[in-house]
Design a protein around this ligand. Structure first.
Ligand code: FEO
Ligand code: CA
Ligand code: CA
Ligand code: CA
Length: 689
């Protein structure tokens, strides 16, 4: 996300905020008990609960029995962070703890195959170069091992948006009133967006792209994709390009990501709406997502009519009624499934999972015979958090099938989308967005919106109608690998004021620093319990702001990227530029960062938090600080956790041209490049411990 493609417009005009709530109310409630939920979680928990033990004590036998012979048990060592928390840094380079290295990998414009010319430091690469290179503004990503290898795999990276000034030699042209954008510039911008699949291999201690690998692939804002699920094939998505409504070209503004238990990648379409313009009558659904009404964000529509235009490739961004492309926009706003292992596969938009500013998708730990759940944030002020539950129940054999997109169709095309209501007392419920659900005035969603397809296309409107809880900009979700607790970053919301009110899950007025909330679903029901994990803090001396008692070595604001590694370390990344930049006290003292923490399970807590407080704040440690003005986002791990990958997005003057060492400060002014950074230990051992 950045200030250039996101805005502060509040598009949620529902009255779902409980206006009567006062600021401190939730924090004074500490009497919540979890009862049977705690026991259920204990059963699900793995190593992190192994020390608790009490729930599973064996029944004392009434007669002496011969103890069975059991093999000696090797105790699992307690997981502990093993690095010193980093100080604040304003260094224009990457900063890592002592004993760690940081390498630049796959910076914007790095060729994936020989059809691309090398990156040009003056911005002269062509649209074809971009089609065969890494794109701009790296975001969510995942490492898919090849044959289980820890040193060779497919790194799949989102390219969220572009910096037009940096992409072209002298910025965009043809942007004046009545002018047309040059088609080559537009195609270059379209190809700089999307997703890259990079075959990478560790050679010695450095990771390199395998040039010309059959796996290397780009998806752009023009790549044909399938529209599956309830919206696919309906009248709402029929266009001149796809008269039967089963395809659409491109994926736009791919922010966070997800994966599936069957080895596919999910890319999330976030700030796509304003790429489209409607200068005529705007529908309620278009208004609710923020379709442009004067001009598209990049003016791609102005290239329409060029003699080289293929099948309305530019005209489709103008969705004004009467021009033929009214339905094009209904093909965007989804989670898109990609099979990185099959280079001939077609990316597929899973419309059953809702249409909004998708930030990512984390799945709940699969249980055989139970439906799968995916958790998704909608990143805008006062928007909601969603859960998709599959109709099909989990069959572990599906994890190893090779027809992965058929497995995706089985679990992701049929199911129920829910939206969250957070109650003050630490309870919550998931409300189904289906025609039968009763909303405002006793009216059903079906009576208000019509079919399931119509509900999904206007997901936000449907969520308004059933009284979902407006949140402080839901970004990434992450699920603990053994106990199943779900965490969500709420990045910030300075529009939350006395008029809009607070609610218990979003308890701070003018929430400039954000917080992280977590919950645990009650198995087999639509109920959950929640608490706040940590509050970001700008002013360390202000107890009202600094509710988690953060210090100079773990102060954070605007949490965004969030992920658990396989061991149970949670990594938190920040994007602290949007709501104030260097005016914010955290941004005045440190660049954006990544922190680590090993959370205790929800079953060990009571009340609504915060879990991180004066008694334990030192457990939250700063692991990484990025270069000036850059956001830290996206995280991936080699299977043995000896390499951790993260992305530097929209730096202002980084990396240095002549080194792949991410810690080197540029001595001259450079054309900045978003890039992946790989962090390893010099002794080759697992990261963080
Ligand atoms: Fe692209 Fe919500 O950050
Ligand atoms: Ca971003
Ligand atoms: Ca963000
Ligand atoms: Ca983000």
């Amino acid at each position: 996300m950045s200030k250039s493609i996101s805005d502060k417009v509040v598009r949620n005009h529902s009255d779902n905020t409980p206006f009567s709530e006062i600021l401190e109310k939730s924090l004074s409630r500490r009497a919540v008990t979890r009862g049977s939920l705690g026991a259920a979680m204990a059963l699900m928990a793995g190593f992190s609960l192994s020390a608790c033990g009490g729930d599973s004590d064996p029944v004392t036998p009434t007669e002496p029995v011969t103890p069975p012979v059991t093999p000696p048990v090797t105790p699992v060592p307690e997981l502990k962070l093993g690095f010193q928390s980093l100080a604040n840094s304003m260094t224009d380079a990457c900063v890592v703890p002592a004993g760690y290295t940081a390498q630049v990998l796959g910076a914007w414009g790095t060729p994936l195959n020989s059809n691309a010319a090398a990156w040009d430091r003056n911005g002269n690469n062509s649209s074809n170069d971009l089609l065969n290179s890494t794109g701009m503004h790296h975001d969510g990503m995942h490492f898919f091992a090849l044959d289980g290898s820890a040193t060779e795999g497919l790194l799949v990276v989102n390219h969220e948006y572009i910096d037009e000034k940096v992409l072209h030699p002298n910025g965009q042209t043809g942007t004046g009133a009545g002018q047309k954008r040059p088609v080559e510039e537009v195609r270059k911008e379209i190809n700089a967006h999307g997703v890259a699949v990079m075959h990478i291999r560790k050679e010695g201690t450095s990771w390199n792209i395998v040039l010309n690998s059959k796996y290397n692939r780009r998806f752009t804002s023009a790549t044909p994709m399938r529209l599956a699920g309830p919206v696919g094939g309906t009248d709402s998505v029929k266009t001149p390009f796809s008269p039967n409504g089963t395809q659409v070209r491109g994926t736009n503004n791919n922010c966070g990501n997800g994966t599936t238990p069957w080895g596919t990648y999910i890319t999330a379409e976030e700030n796509w709406a304003s790429c489209f313009v409607n200068t005529g009558a705007v529908t309620a659904a278009q208004k609710r997502v923020g379709v442009s009404t004067a001009k598209g964000r990049y003016l791609w529509e102005t290239a329409a009519g060029d003699v080289t235009e293929q099948n309305g490739e530019f005209a489709r961004f103008n969705i004004t009624p009467g021009l033929g492309w009214e339905n094009e926009v209904n093909g965007f706003g989804y989670l898109v499934e990609i099979d990185p292992y099959d280079p001939s596969s077609i990316a597929t938009k899973r419309t059953a999972m809702g249409r909004f500013a998708h930030e990512g998708a984390a799945y709940g730990n699969p249980v055989e015979g139970q439906p799968l759940a995916f958790y998704c944030g909608d990143d805008s002020r006062f928007e909601y958090v969603y859960r998709f539950v599959s109709e099909a129940v989990w069959d572990p054999k599906d994890a190893t099938r090779t027809d992965r997109l058929n497995v995706g169709a089985k679990y992701l095309d049929k199911g129920t989308l829910y939206v969250a209501r957070f109650n003050d007392d630490g309870s919550g419920e998931w409300v189904a967005l289906v025609p039968a659900t009763v909303g405002k005035g006793g009216k059903t969603l079906g009576a208000e919106f019509g079919s399931l397809e119509a509900i999904l296309i206007n997901t936000r409107g449907a969520a308004d109608f059933v009284g979902a809880t407006p949140m402080d900009r839901p970004e990434w979700t992450a699920v603990h690998p053994t106990n199943g607790d779900v965490y969500l970053t709420l990045t910030n919301n300075t529009s939350r004021n006395a008029t809009t009110g607070t609610n218990a899950a979003n308890p701070r007025l003018n929430n400039a620093n954000g917080h992280i909330i977590r919950w645990h679903d009650q198995s087999g029901t639509n109920a959950f319990r929640w608490d706040i994990f940590v509050f970001g803090a700008s002013d360390l001396d202000n107890a009202d702001t600094n509710r988690s008692s953060l210090t100079a070595v773990n102060q954070l604001a605007s949490p965004d990227g969030l992920s658990f590694d396989s061991r149970g370390i949670m990594w938190i990344q920040t994007d602290n530029g949007l709501d104030g930049g260097r005016n914010n006290n955290v941004a005045k003292t440190t660049n954006d960062q990544m922190l680590a923490v090993i959370p205790k399970p929800m079953s060990e807590s009571t009340g609504t938090g915060p879990v991180i407080n004066a008694s334990n704040q030192a457990d939250l440690r700063r692991f990484f600080v990025g270069p000036n003005e850059a956001e830290i986002t996206g995280v991936a791990y080699s299977p043995d956790n000896t390499s951790i990958f993260l992305n530097i997005q929209h730096p202002v003057n980084w990396p240095a041209y002549d080194t792949t060492d991410a810690t080197v400060v540029s001595s001259t002014k450079v054309r900045p490049r978003s890039a992946t950074v790989v962090i390893q230990r010099t002794d080759g051992k697992p990261i963080g411990v």
